[in-house]
Write a protein that binds this ligand. Structure first.
Ligand code: ADP
Ligand code: MG
Length: 572
């Protein structure tokens, strides 16, 4: 094909793909515009996973009547004017790309009324071209309605996940901005149900209560001296760190509870996640992650926000300074405000398995399921276990056994996990799950993101022994749980499952549920077992299909055959 300049329509479609990846990106851009417009109230309404409808309404400064059409032109922005402005961006938007990009891949209607104007204006666009305009009564502010997202881009539409998954991404965006801007009243409604409503009190804790619920809010510590929202920040030269962090008692099995904002722009940052996790060093079980909401304020010129198409990453001029300040501020909150026992001190009685959730959340957003087979087990390792004779227990964590061919050191937790995992899968597929009714139904409160998953999955959990029914606003009644989880942390299992939405693949989901139940109900390392209990465990391990790895793929045992023993003792 000869080289030629692309048609403007193709150019805008390609460019739109960078900004608008999925419905949640549209919500993010529109909410950022509302925040830049100084709104104190922002409501987000979505239908059909955001594909049928996204509507964001605000009470911000509005768009002057003469400029309504201009905002849909690429690179039209009121936020920067010169190259110098790019060096110190204080608004969330600055490229003038969002509205034209959205209009290129959806049908858009805008109604806006600017400060000081007596009447509002509306404009409708199809495929980025204005098709209708006029004046319309409206109080100050802007409403943008986006319909039929990606209808003209079937490739994108195909790539979207189930409405439940898209809703959970949208709920996450709204939740993050509700945390970043506690002074703004946010509401989010999904298919006509209000799933998030913050009071706009300016107190971060009020947003935390609405987004994460009371359990987390009761166990959260302030990363600053004052007792107010983002005020009273800890300052290190030009930089300050503020926010809230969860006490180690409410650690989570995914990193989904880490929120970072830089000058209140929501970003993802490995650097900051690492800094926070460093601050928890020695306070969390292996595989557990903290709850943290951190805002870093620093002069805009010490930061490059223009490095990512969706503006969701930033580059700090001085990464070491930022890392150190965050780590210190969080550590101080944890140590000074809430002295907690160090994990080393309790490790002798209880050690959690390492990284139990890796396979649980690795599949979020990925198109395939990494959880369906043990990741590190190679086929040659799969073998059947001979009859073993128990010799004893080591460190209350390992069983020592002898077989016809040498010595076996078996990790009791990993082995039990494997046994339970296979049992749960068998029972659920044969509808033989043992169920334990609770004496009284227990209410389970979940965050908006978890709600989106649980809503679509609670009925499917019946085959594993959970009896769950919706009970109003983000609350569910739990009437029965699998026998295996009776008196165990079944609520933790449910939250863990909701934190890792399934891509819709049934096998993937079954695997996840079975892993989570097995992990939470297996005997722990550090638990003293009687000889009879150990013999029973070994007998059951002899029967399973894959005895040598736990469902996460870690080894359950170390085997030393007689040849290896002889070599170790130098007898050959
Ligand atoms: P950017 O935010 O990068 O400037 P956008 O395409 O998102 O680019 O928006 C273009 C312009 O439209 C903004 O600069 C702003 O002037 C105006 N605008 C968009 N949304 C709103 C809103 N909700 N309230 C007031 N003005 C808005
Ligand atoms: Mg914008």
């Amino acid at each position: 094909m000869p080289i030629k300049i692309l048609d403007p329509q193709i150019v805008s479609r390609i460019a739109a793909g960078e900004v608008v990846e999925r419905p949640a990106s549209v919500v993010k851009e529109l909410v950022e515009n509302s925040l830049d417009a100084g709104s104190s109230q922002i409501s987000v309404e979505v239908r059909g996973g955001g594909v049928s409808l996204i509507r964001v309404t605000d009470n911000g400064v509005g768009i002057p009547s003469g400029e309504v059409e201009l905002v849909f032109q690429r690179y039209a922005t009121s936020k920067i004017a010169s190259l110098d402005d790019l060096e110190s961006i204080s608004s969330l938007g600055f490229r003038g790309e969002a509205l034209p990009s959205i209009a290129a891949v959806a049908q858009v209607d805008i109604v806006t009324c600017a400060t000081g104007e007596s009447a509002g204006n509306y404009l409708s666009l199809k495929e980025g071209i204005a098709v209708n305009r006029g004046s319309q009564a409206r109080s100050q502010g802007t409403t943008v309605t986006v319909r039929n997202l990606f209808r003209s881009v079937p490739a994108r539409l195909k790539f979207l996940k189930s409405p439940a998954t898209e809703n959970s991404h949208i709920a996450n965006v709204a939740s993050q901005y509700a945390l970043a801007f506690p002074e703004v009243k946010f509401t989010l409604s999904i298919d006509g149900r209000t799933v998030l409503r913050t009071p706009g009190s300016g107190q971060l804790i009020d947003s935390v209560i609405e987004v994460y619920g009371l359990e987390i809010a009761r166990n959260i510590l302030e990363v600053s001296r004052g007792d107010r929202g983002w005020e009273g920040e800890i300052a290190t030269s030009s930089l300050s760190v503020a926010g809230m962090v969860g006490s180690p008692a409410i650690s989570r099995s995914s990193r989904g509870y880490l929120s970072f904002f830089v000058n209140r722009r929501w970003i993802s940052s490995r650097l900051l996640a690492w800094a926070v996790e460093e601050a928890y060093h020695g306070l969390l079980m292996t595989g557990k992650h903290p709850v943290a909401i951190i805002n870093i304020s620093l002069p805009a010129k010490e930061l490059d926000v223009n490095i990512h198409p969706a503006k969701s990453e930033v580059k700090f001029q001085n990464e070491r300074l930022v890392f150190g300040a965050v780590q210190k501020a969080v550590r101080r909150a944890l140590i000074e405000l809430a002295p907690a026992p160090k994990i080393e001190e309790v490790a002798t009685t209880y050690t959690a398995p390492s990284a139990p959730s890796r396979t649980l959340w690795a599949s979020v957003g990925a198109g395939h399921s990494p959880a369906s087979s043990p990741p590190v087990a190679s086929p040659t390792l799969v073998f059947s276990l001979p009859a073993l004779r128990l010799l004893g227990q080591l460190s209350s964590s390992y069983m020592i056994a002898e077989g016809p061919d040498g010595l076996y050191l078996i990790d009791q937790h990993a082995a039990h996990e494997r046994i339970l995992f296979e049992k749960i899968k068998h029972q659920s597929s044969h509808q033989e799950v043992e169920v334990q009714g609770l004496l009284e139904p227990v209410t389970l409160e979940v965050n908006p993101k978890q709600d989106e998953v649980l809503k679509s999955q609670y009925e499917n959990l019946a085959e594993f022994g959970f009896s769950i029914e919706p009970f109003g606003d983000r609350t569910y009644l739990v009437r029965a749980v699998p026998v295996l989880l009776h008196k165990k942390d079944w609520a933790g299992v449910l939250r863990e499952l909701c934190d890792s939405p399934s891509g819709g693949d049934k096998g993937d989901w079954v695997e996840k549920v079975a892993i989570s139940i097995a992990c939470h109900s297996a005997v722990r390392a550090g638990q003293v077992l009687t000889d009879d209990e150990m013999r029973e465990l070994i007998r059951q391990l002899e029967q399973v299909a894959i005895p040598n790895t736990c469902p996460h793929g870690r080894p359950t045992m170390i085997h030393l055959n007689s040849g290896q023993l002889e070599r170790e003792f130098g007898r050959t």
